[in-house]
Design a protein around this ligand. Structure first.
Ligand SMILES: Cc1cc2nc3c(=O)[nH]c(=O)nc-3n(C[C@H](O)[C@H](O)[C@H](O)COP(=O)(O)O)c2cc1C
Length: 502
């Protein structure tokens, strides 16, 4: 295919997308989706496939997964169920309208980050576009409407990921709530399937959703109405599953701003909450605030089984509406990548670039929650450690902050191990004995309290106790002498492979 036609194909593929299915279609068209016809989840086959994909290809290269039909609780249930949608940087680039999508991770990371930074204003806030309202007849999420005895959540392909989980879970819902005094909130909290018309709800203490429910409960309200949008477009998914809005700030306006186009909302059937019209399914219900039930245990984001949560929230379902053949999105929590990285990378880069003069990139690798990698263009002694201190001061995902020089591609975690072996002296590090971190890190003795470490793995200058002269990097010398070499190898790559994969 000619370069011109390639570009035409990519510009048609790139977002913004109204729906999850449009995004999945684009992923498949880029050749990054593995489609499986049937999987027996009573034998945890889908979870096994997901583990193996990550084992074989790593977080950066494992494809998205689409399973057409699943055996669950002895019955075959129609999907499709999709998973691992946010693993590769070219796929992360798609929803935001990045042009010239290609396979170079570093370029795609930068293009995604830079595109999303155009959606942040000078004060560092996400730009907002107000949603528009559509009539129910124009809302795909209303093609089928179920109320009363017709509601049966058990017949949909929600997965039990691990035999140790308490039950099957809806783990990618965008939970919409509204309170006349506290405002609106959208957040993703796992929902344990408890029966045909009952699910658990797990906003962790401190989350905005938890604050809203607790605020209403303290005031003496008996119930909070919720509508849960399942399998939403990437912009709504980003605002729902990652921290992008302050308490009371409109996540849906931020989602509109992210994609440069309003989100289309439609009124729920049994409450006044407005929900994304292009979601695959909406589950409506009421959270009783004067009752509570145990929930979990569940395999959590760090890859460990969390404890059962005593006296957690739950939802009595009042309506389910969905597309005629809905698509489902499962989080293999702690196994695969479900959290969009683009918006958080853009927001962090925007924030830290003011504090760290030579900042090149900042990134937490998938599968390495708690490790923050920072690359800088270092000019003066002390800059590496200063950069690490700026990042560690934030209570986010940064128990270990590793600062490296600008020539290190931090998107490839192996490079970091190389640098630790070859460029770093352990004396160039500090430990903060006790500080804050709001993450479910299983090594923390007290929730929210952690120690932290800053590793300055930049080449130490003589003024910092480093060697007088650092030897030149062999690969750089090769690339200087043979500037076309690696491109040529890439071109011939299929021929080399032919000599191996017969
Ligand atoms: C797949 C997935 C599942 C999640 N499950 C939970 C959960 O069960 N409880 C929770 O508090 N946060 C969970 N999160 C993180 C929240 O969705 C995220 O912190 C969000 O910003 C919370 O919204 P809020 O700040 O409006 O409360 C999950 C994130 C993802 C990507």
């Amino acid at each position: 295919m000619s370069v011109a036609r390639d570009k035409e194909k990519d510009s048609r593929l790139t977002g913004p997308y109204d729906s999850l299915r449009d995004f999945v279609h684009a992923i498949e068209a880029r050749g990054k989706l593995m489609r499986l016809k049937e999987i027996d989840q009573d034998r945890y086959e889908a979870t096994g496939v997901m583990y193996r994909l990550i084992d074989k290809y790593g977080y950066e290269d494992a494809p998205a997964l689409l399973i057409e039909r699943m055996k669950i609780d002895g019955k075959w249930r129609n999907g499709p169920v999709v998973a691992n949608l946010y693993g590769n940087w070219d796929i992360e680039a798609l929803p935001w309208g990045v042009e010239d999508i290609g396979d170079n991770d570093e370029q795609m990371y930068r293009a995604t980050r830079d595109k999303l930074m155009t959606r942040i204003d000078h004060a560092g806030n996400w730009m907002k576009i107000k949603p528009v309202h559509v009539e129910p007849d124009h809302a795909p999420c209303k093609e089928v409407r179920l109320t009363g005895n017709d509601i049966d959540l058990l017949r949909f392909p929600w997965l039990k990921n691990n035999p140790a989980d308490a039950a099957r879970y809806i783990n990618t819902g965008a939970v919409f709530m509204h309170d006349s005094r506290l405002g609106a909130n959208v957040g993703t909290y796992r929902c344990q399937i408890k029966g045909k018309n009952k699910i658990g709800l797990n906003p962790e203490p401190g989350q905005d959703g938890w604050r809203l429910l607790m605020g209403m409960k303290r005031r003496g309200d008996r119930a909070c109405r919720v509508s849960i949008a399942v399998a939403v477009d990437p912009a709504v998914w980003s605002v729902s599953s990652t921290k992008m809005a302050g308490f009371g700030e409109s996540e849906i306006e931020i989602a509109g701003g992210l994609r440069g186009k309003p989100i289309e909302l439609v009124k729920s059937e049994t409450n006044d909450i407005m929900v994304p019209a292009h979601a695959e399914m909406i589950i409506e219900g009421e959270v009783p605030l004067d009752q509570a039930e145990d929930e979990g245990p569940y395999g959590e984001m760090y890859g460990y089984l969390g404890l059962m949560k005593r006296n957690n929230f739950f939802v009595n379902i009042t309506a389910v509406t969905h597309r005629r053949s809905p698509m489902f999105f499962n989080s293999f929590t702690g196994v695969a990548a479900d959290m969009p990285k683009g918006p958080s990378c853009a927001a962090e880069y925007h924030r830290y670039r003011k504090l760290i003069p030579g900042l090149k990139a900042i990134y937490t690798p998938r599968g390495a929650n708690g490790v923050s990698l920072v690359s800088i263009d270092k000019r003066f002694p002390g800059e590496g450690m200063a950069a690490g201190q700026a990042v560690a001061a934030n209570p986010g995902l940064n128990k270990v902050v590793i600062v490296v020089d600008k020539d290190v591609n931090i998107l490839k975690p192996l490079n970091i191990l190389h640098v630790l072996g070859a460029r770093w002296q352990p004396s160039a590090s500090v430990v903060i004995p006790q500080t804050q971190m709001r993450m479910p890190d299983p090594s923390m003795q007290t929730t929210g309290i952690t120690s932290k470490m800053i590793i300055d793995a930049t080449q130490q200058l003589p003024g910092e106790g480093g060697p007088d002269i650092w030897p030149p990097v062999s690969r750089v010398l090769l690339e200087e002498k043979c500037p076309d070499l690696l491109d040529e190898i890439d071109r011939k790559w299929p021929d080399y492979l032919a000599g191996w994969m017969k």
